[in-house]
Design a protein around this ligand. Structure first.
Ligand code: NAD
Length: 233
């Protein structure tokens, strides 16, 4: 590929706007953002639908579950690698991403933070060390605009422990970017691990790095472990 990879961003909301703003610093050439809504605040080359996109090398999606599905269909049909950070997908919507992955590289991560992914990888070891006596619970705190609960990240943390029965408390408060805590309660002691995202640039930078990595991969479905595993969290 000659020159900077051409990038389109699907969903120009809180996350998509940061990805678009940081694209050039990540060595990507932003071609357009795609959003069904016009945002007065954004001065970005916007198109109203995927059908209006010029040729691109990779698409980054931060929209809503139906948007992630539309992005997957479009990427599969046009041979474009897809990075999606959209959360709250149900089983049929995951299937659309997997179908696209038969044709193009698709990477989904419910969290693009290296610190959070390190925590996720650490949890099974902690559970092993503390034993089944420990009572485990999770907490996710996010801004009031967030549409899904529990967060995709809280679900991923719980899945890493292999115990779908663990309780997750979800709080929606003010403009909190994303806080996650995992609590292990034992007789006479409590161990709490907490991750706090300080701003959305954390996730945007991760998604852009993931996109560059994905451009080198063959068709297939990838998660954060494959992407981060290539250089460690
Ligand atoms: P947001 O509401 O600010 O922005 C979403 C944008 O997508 C909106 O502008 C909306 O108009 C647009 N959109 C929705 N459906 C669309 C469709 N079908 N076609 C075109 N545009 C569509 O939301 P946000 O805070 O930017 O978050 C977006 C998603 O990213 C959420 O699912 C959120 O949970 C997730 N998220 C993931 C990470 C991560 O690291 N993976 C981090 C933060 C947020």
């Amino acid at each position: 590929m000659d020159g900077a990879p051409r990038l389109a961003v699907h969903g120009a909301g809180r996350m998509g706007a940061r990805v678009a703003a940081m694209a050039a610093d990540a060595g990507m050439a932003l071609v357009a953002v795609v959003d069904r809504q016009q945002s007065g605040a954004l001065r970005l080359p916007r198109v109203g639908s995927l059908a209006g996109l010029p040729a691109v090398d990779v698409l980054i999606d931060f929209s809503l579950p139906d948007g992630a599905v539309a992005a997957a269909h479009w990427c599969g049909a046009h041979g474009v690698p897809l990075v999606s950070g959209t959360t709250g997908l149900h089983a049929a919507q995951w299937e659309a991403l997997e179908q696209a992955a038969a044709k193009v590289p698709v990477l989904h991560a419910s969290n693009f933070s290296p610190g959070l992914n390190a925590l996720r990888l650490l949890l099974p070891r902690l559970q092993q060390l503390l034993g089944t006596e420990a009572k485990v619970s999770l907490l996710d705190v996010h801004h009031v605009h967030k549409q899904d609960a529990p967060s995709g990240t809280a679900l991923a943390l719980r899945a890493s422990l292999g115990r779908e029965d663990l309780p997750i408390e979800s709080r929606r408060e003010g403009e909190v970017v994303g806080d996650h805590s995992v609590r292990f309660e034992l007789p006479h002691e409590t161990l709490t691990l907490q991750h706090q995202a300080q701003d959305r640039d954390l996730f945007a930078a991760g998604a852009l790095r993931a996109a560059r990595w994905l451009l080198q991969q063959p068709a297939g479905f990838y998660g954060p472990d494959q992407w981060l595993g290539s250089k460690g969290p």
